[in-house]
Design a protein around this ligand. Structure first.
Ligand code: S3P
Length: 163
């Protein structure tokens, strides 16, 4: 089976849904953030702090191309669609699922989150970032799954029904 890519904003549930899909479908699991940390031996907040976002995006584009093309669930970072080269690459994939979550839901889910450098950057308008990214997610998505009010189980089953 062609690999399944999960895309969407921070807090849209990509990681938990990827884990549930992996259990249900018995496929491999890859996470681009974890691949970056393993490949470059540095945690994401440290990469942002010491090397800056542009370097992080280079690393991210590089690991995306290294993901397995068959029998794998790939959870991507929320900004994977920022680079055109990544959008073009994803557009050629069959199973790209955009987990569409509203700002209201995301801002509730990420209250108190300290792990995400962009979320924690007070000088950035995250709601505006979501609005700017929306058309980019839509551009590469094969399927759009609205997640508000749904359980991880329901979303995983909805994804499986499209395969
Ligand atoms: C980012 C999202 C994060 C991570 C990095 C940048 C973004 O991944 O890749 O902090 O630009 O939206 P999650 O979507 O898993 O939080």
């Amino acid at each position: 089976m062609k690999s399944i890519y999960l895309i969407g904003f921070m807090g849209s549930g990509k990681t938990s849904i990827a884990i549930r899909l992996q259990e249900k479908l018995n496929l491999k699991l890859q996470d681009t953030d974890q691949m970056i940390e393993a490949n470059y031996q540095m945690e994401i907040p440290t990469i942002f702090a010491e090397k800056g976002e542009e370097t992080f995006r280079e690393y991210e584009s590089s690991v995306l191309k290294q993901t397995e093309q068959e029998d794998t669930i790939v959870a991507t970072g929320g900004g994977i669609i920022e680079r055109e080269e990544n959008r073009l690459w994803l557009q050629n994939k069959r199973n790209v699922f955009f987990l569409e979550t509203t700002w209201e839901e995301i801002s509730q889910r990420l209250i108190g989150d300290q792990s995400r450098p962009i979320w924690n950057n007070q000088s950035r308008d995250k709601q505006q970032l979501l609005e700017q990214r929306l058309p980019k997610y839509q551009e590469v998505a094969t399927y759009i799954i609205k997640t508000d009010g749904k359980s991880v189980e329901q979303i995983a089953d909805q994804i499986i029904s499209k395969l």
